[in-house]
Every structure is written in structure tokens, then in C-alpha cells.
Design a protein around this ligand. Sequence first.
Ligand SMILES: NC(=O)c1ccc[n+]([C@@H]2O[C@H](COP(=O)([O-])OP(=O)(O)OC[C@H]3O[C@@H](n4cnc5c(N)ncnc54)[C@H](OP(=O)(O)O)[C@@H]3O)[C@@H](O)[C@H]2O)c1
Length: 253
Amino acid sequence: MSTILILGATSAVAGRIARYFAEEHQESNHHFFLVGRRDESLQALSSELVMLGHSVAGVGVVDFMDIEATGQVIRDAYAALGSFDYALIAHGMIGDQLLSESQVSEALHIVDTNYRTVVAQLVVLHGLMSSQFHGKIGVITSVAGDRGRPRNFTYGSAKGALHLYLQGMRSVAWGSGLQIYTFKLGPVDSPMTVDHEKNFSFTSVDDAARHIYQAFESRRYVHYVPGYWAWVMWVVRWLPERLFQKLGFLSDR
Ligand SMILES: NC(=O)c1ccc[n+]([C@@H]2O[C@H](COP(=O)([O-])OP(=O)(O)OC[C@H]3O[C@@H](n4cnc5c(N)ncnc54)[C@H](OP(=O)(O)O)[C@@H]3O)[C@@H](O)[C@H]2O)c1
């Protein structure tokens, strides 16, 4: 039996991860707490998990931009579950890149959603979980955070900052029993990319979720999802600026 908190449980990838936990351990009776801003979708996931033989201690409906209210929901979840064996932070949004370059409010909306709200959640989680001496915190970030590209650099900068924050937090927690995971996703065919033209680089929601579910059990703490993105992004990260600018598939919008 594990206690599992999912922040951003309405995300397609997070919902599938929850089902992996439930399907792979039908005999375990996990205790879930699901948080997001769409009640109907949270209730639907909750019913599925219960049908699979698990329990849902609660559902928290909150917009993560409300930092205070979200902190309170996390504390309520902790009181309901008694501990967090797993805490997954999954929410995010790409936003309108072009608009974010001319409109401060769109730029800050993207940065706040993908970075500020996550840091706020991590501070609360760390406060609660550091005295447990066990538990795993996993955060979904993106390969977009590895190099700023015209197509999505506002979003990418927030995901990149998150990577650094998680690195620092992992060092603080090192050896304490609390384990911090960074999951860097490549493009996924999910509601987030519904308007994007799909090509070979896209992974299915199911594949992405299975990778993350399995990665949560490894003793490696930074995972590219799928794994080949580690090699792709190694090259992209280290490409000299002049060469990068000549490669239209990387440097165009
Ligand atoms: N899809 C990709 O290509 C891709 C690539 C790299 C990384 N990622 C990352 O993977 C994670 C999961 O995304 P996904 O692919 O599963 O897309 P998704 O289904 O669109 O999930 C994103 C979720 O974030 C939630 N969210 C956004 N802002 C919120 C807020 N202020 N308060 C509460 N919830 C909020 C959305 O809630 P609503 O449903 O209520 O809007 C939605 O459920 C995200 O962190 C994303 O950045 C995705």
C-alpha cells in the first residue's frame, strides 16, 4: 500500500500514471489524493481508481495560481493520507509564445504556471515530507528546458529553471530518505499539443506515463522520457551558437 498525491491530476499523462499505479498493484490498495482545477475530470479518475480496488482519500479542486489555497489543499491531503510515499507534480501549459514576446501578462502567465506555482508546491511538500525520512517527489519538466528555442522559449525557460531548482533540492534531501525526481518529457500527443503538427518525435500519453511510472522506481533521478532524448538533447545543448542558427529545424519558429 502506498500513499500517492497527484498535483495536476487532470493532465492526460498524470491520469495515465495514476492508472499504472492502480493497474500494476491491484492487490495493494493504494491511497490516492487527486488535485486539479476540473472537478468533473478528477471525479472521473477517482471513480476509475476505486473501480480498480484502490481508495481515494480526497479530491482537491483548486487553481494552482492561487498559491495559498493550493498550499492548504496539500496540507489537507497530508492530513488525510498521513504521509506521501509519492508526490507527483504534473501540471503545465505552453501558452502563446509569440504573444508572450509582446505582452507581459502572457509571459508571466506561462512562467508562473510552469515555475512559480511548482516552486510553491515544492516548498510545502518539502516541509511536510522532510521529516518522514522516506518518500519520492517527482516533477514533470520538458526537454524544452534544455535550450532556448524561438518556438517555445518562454515555456522552456520556466522548465529549465525548474530543473535547476530540483537539482538543488535533490542535494539538500540527499541521504535523508526523501528522493527527488526530474522527468524531462519530449513531445507527447496529449491535449497540450492538440494544435501541434505531429511527427516522428511525438510519444503517446501511454508510453510517456509508463516511462515515468517505471522511472519512479529507479535510483537515477533525472530521466529523459523516452530515454533517447538524453542523447538528442546532449547534442542540441552543446551545438555552437553559429551552427545552431543555421539549422532551421531547431532555430526557426
Ligand atoms: N504534451 C507534451 O508535449 C509535453 C512535453 C513536455 C513536457 N510536458 C509536460 O508534461 C506535463 C503534463 O502535460 P500533458 O501532456 O499531460 O498535458 P495536459 O493534459 O494538457 O495537462 C496539463 C495539465 O495542467 C493543468 N493546469 C495548467 N494550469 C493549471 C493551473 N493553473 N491550475 C491547475 N491545473 C493547471 C491543466 O488543467 P486543465 O485540464 O484544467 O486545463 C492540465 O490538466 C506538463 O507539465 C507539461 O508541461 C508535456
